[in-house]
Design a protein around this ligand. Sequence first.
Ligand code: BEZ
Length: 238
Amino acid sequence: MENTENTTVSMPRIGEKAPAFKAVTTQGEIDFPKQYEGHWVILFSHPADFTPVCTSEFMTFATLENKFDELDCKLVGLSVDGLYSHIAWLRTIKDKMEYKGMKNVEVKFPLIEDITMEVAKKYGMIQPGEAATKAVRAVFVIDPKGVIRAIIYYPLSLGRNFDELIRVVQALKTADAFSISTPADWRPGDDVIVPTAGSCGVAKERMDGKEEGVTCVDWFFCTKKIDKDTVIKTITKK
Ligand code: BEZ
């Protein structure tokens, strides 16, 4: 893919291995995604330290870190700022910032310094139409095998919706565990979508209500119930 300066940029895609890199972070060096193998991880970028939308997002990420952890999902942030800027900003967040009832918020997950933009470029986080010198708000949800499972990009002006980020991890883990799909606005406890039958015979049995627990509106749209407790128990860290 060509960017506006005619240099090649990569855009990782869903289903591909997360591009590997080593980097310096506020929590020491990381070897990504290798050291996260066996866990879910959200790699996300923000445009700049000491900016208001990013501050509100970091306070929210840090406050919800325990919810992501329950899903065995680690958090890793990135911006093209340097390490000392990151450290000073996170200290300011802890010491001074108050937002929506969040106060004294300590960011414990790693924040990558990426002054060279090497990592940001690998992940398609620099989108020159939006900003040539800052990362957009990218979110990569990566599974325990290091495969990218979902990607969300937001522009600079738009803070992320954290209910949605948690919902995405819940839905991906549920889909994997039960071999189902999740319909629009799905939340744990809502009906799930059963894969379309591979043969006419199975489809007919389903339509005739002979497949236990499965309800069909038409041959291609069949659902079943998985109760909320079962979903939560299955997708929550043991
Ligand atoms: C912000 O986080 O507030 C922000 C960062 C970069 C550009 C615009 C807004």
